[in-house]
Design a protein around this ligand. Structure first.
Ligand code: ZN
Length: 287
């Protein structure tokens, strides 16, 4: 941030030649840094550079609504990615490297863990806390029971809710993700699909909710504008569900707002999170 401000200030003073030289030097250093960071592997470095510059043209309208709702997160990632490349130099120091985030928002070279992460007995799965590939609990029975109860009450208000995607195994997520990468490329796929091991659906506690006969709103931001979507947002906590990726919290959750994706945490915690208007990450105090 500081670096950026300085740069802007200097630019305003109009010392054209100095700036040109400075920028040239910085770009040169950056390229060396990227090359060093990638273990002097030119091909890998080229990919890094492409990823970096690809990001500066934030994609928006080219791939339909799903991409649109996921776009906003790239700004923060541009900052993070560029910041890391600049500051890191050729040093592949272990601790810093672990916190280096790639274009998809994932920690670079992170291995899937042996055990899932529980914080205060709450299972956490996000881009920084992935799950073991062997973690396969299936759909959580308590979450299903709570959903059925919620759906029954929603029906009294005229909404016929369904959970169109709940538990997804590691293998299934891998199939999905690989298919998206093949179709749209890795960078685009990362904006709307979790990499295998990183999906909250693998916990069996995440429910993608929509309305029967309104498939057009399924997994679409438009669901949040429907009466059913609004009812859900206002009532889910009473049944133990939280809106997992709220609007304006993209930098905390790592995902764009998803009006259809709910996570079961139990009534007490869900109510607390709802009343305090926070995310699961904030509740658990993880970064
Ligand atoms: Zn989902």
């Amino acid at each position: 941030m500081k670096r950026k401000n300085k740069y802007v200030k200097k630019k305003k003073t109009g010392k054209g030649l100095t700036i040109t030289l400075l920028v040239t030097a910085l770009v040169g250093c950056g390229l060396v840094a990227i090359l060093g960071f990638n273990g002097w592997d030119v091909e890998k470095s080229t990919q890094s550079v492409q990823t970096f510059f690809g990001l500066s043209h934030a994609p928006s309208e080219q791939a339909g609504s799903k991409l649109d709702v996921e776009d906003g997160k790239t700004d923060e990632q541009i900052e993070k990615t560029s910041g890391d490349v600049t500051e890191q130099g050729g040093d592949a120091g272990s601790e810093r490297r672990e916190m280096t985030v790639d274009a998809g928002g994932y920690i670079i070279d992170q291995q899937l863990p042996e055990e899932p992460t529980y914080i205060n007995q709450v299972l956490l799965a996000n881009k920084k806390y992935p799950l073991p590939s062997t973690f396969a609990p299936g759909e959580d029975p308590a979450a299903r029971e709570a959903f059925d109860k919620m759906a029954a009450e929603a029906k009294l208000s005229g909404f016929n809710l369904t959970a169109f995607s709940t538990y997804r195994s590691f293998e299934y997520q891998k199939t999905l993700y690989d298919r998206y990468v093949e179709r749209d490329g890795k960078e685009a796929a990362d904006t709307y699909s979790a990499r295998p091991g990183y999906s909250e659906h693998q916990t069996g506690l995440a429910f993608d909710i929509g309305e029967v006969n309104f498939e057009k709103h399924w997994a679409s931001s438009s669901f949040g504008e429907t009466e059913a979507g609004k009812w859900l947002a206002a009532n889910a906590h009473r049944f133990g569900f939280i809106l997992r990726y709220p609007e304006g919290k993209e930098d905390i959750t790592g995902y764009m707002h998803e009006s259809w994706h709910y996570r079961y945490v139990g009534v007490e915690m869900a109510t607390d999170i709802y009343n305090r208007d926070i995310t699961l990450e904030e509740y658990l105090d993880v970064k």
